[in-house]
Design a protein around this ligand. Structure first.
Ligand SMILES: C[S@@+](CC[C@H](N)C(=O)[O-])C[C@H]1O[C@@H](n2cnc3c(N)ncnc32)[C@H](O)[C@@H]1O
Length: 236
């Protein structure tokens, strides 16, 4: 285990002063980029796998990396079906060290989440749980628009509803994510720390940060799906 990962270094020490305005702009803006064929195929394959499993409650592991968390969530929530989505073919193809029997209630697919999330909304497929585990922090102040809550796709994540949880080793990322969730939903969402022993970590990044002694942060809340925004964000 790599125990010498450096904490996130940023020229931003608290919630970005432009975050509220950017989130408000995205909430009011249409975003109808065409879907790519690759993402459509990945979506169709993964949703068919879920349906073949019997329409079990759906868990989305967004940005699943090597898919270790997808497998662990599938094992922890045996009555659910877990879809892990990542854009990196390299990460998805890595051999994850996994000693226990592989559960059957999961699939991992290569797709860009910007399409995948909108496809879910367009098909009115709402996850019961939605994980964003250690998204790329994009720590420079000028990177705000690349963080998920600063991206034009953020209203779609919120509209999908369900129990959403984001984790990071950068407190500011979680403070911003929580603040943006609150801005959309009106629900008070708080950042909190939690302990993770490296060997029990849900993801490889969590294991790396835990063994390097980083403080781990997360926020979560329960959202209602909002099908009414679909027209604004989905290409028909
Ligand atoms: C820092 S890694 C974390 C991976 C994993 N969740 C973990 O904790 O080990 C962030 C992941 O998000 C994925 N990612 C970033 N942008 C994405 C996008 N637009 N669509 C799909 N995956 C994306 C990257 O390929 C990468 O695997």
């Amino acid at each position: 285990m790599n125990a010498n990962s450096r904490p996130v270094h940023s020229n931003q020490s608290s919630v970005h002063d432009q975050l509220h305005a950017l989130v408000a702009k995205h909430a009011a803006m249409a975003f109808r980029k065409p879907f790519s064929k690759v993402n459509l195929e990945a979506f169709t394959t993964s949703i068919a796998a879920w349906k073949a499993y019997g329409d079990a409650p759906l868990i989305l592991d967004a940005g699943c990396g090597v898919g270790l968390s997808t497998r662990k969530l599938a094992q922890a929530f045996a009555e659910s079906f877990v879809i892990g989505v990542d854009q990196s073919a390299d990460r998805l193809s890595r051999d994850v060290r996994w000693t226990a029997d592989l559960p059957e209630n999961f699939i991992t697919v290569r797709a860009d989440l910007v399409d995948y999330w909108r496809l879910m909304l367009s098909e009115r497929i709402y996850p019961q749980q939605h994980y964003l585990l250690y998204p790329n922090p994009w720590p420079k102040k000028s990177h705000l628009g690349r963080r998920w809550h600063g991206h034009a796709i953020f209203p779609v994540l919120v509209a999908l509803g369900g129990r959403i949880e984001c984790r990071s080793n950068w407190k500011t990322y979680i403070d911003e994510f929580a603040s943006s969730l609150h801005q959309f939903s009106g629900i008070a969402v708080h950042s909190e720390t939690f302990d993770s022993a490296a060997e029990e970590a849900l993801t490889p990044f969590e294991a790396k940060y835990a063994s390097s002694g980083h403080t781990l942060w997360r926020c979560s809340t329960e959202l209602l799906p909002r099908p009414s925004i679909t027209k604004t964000f989905v290409n028909s």
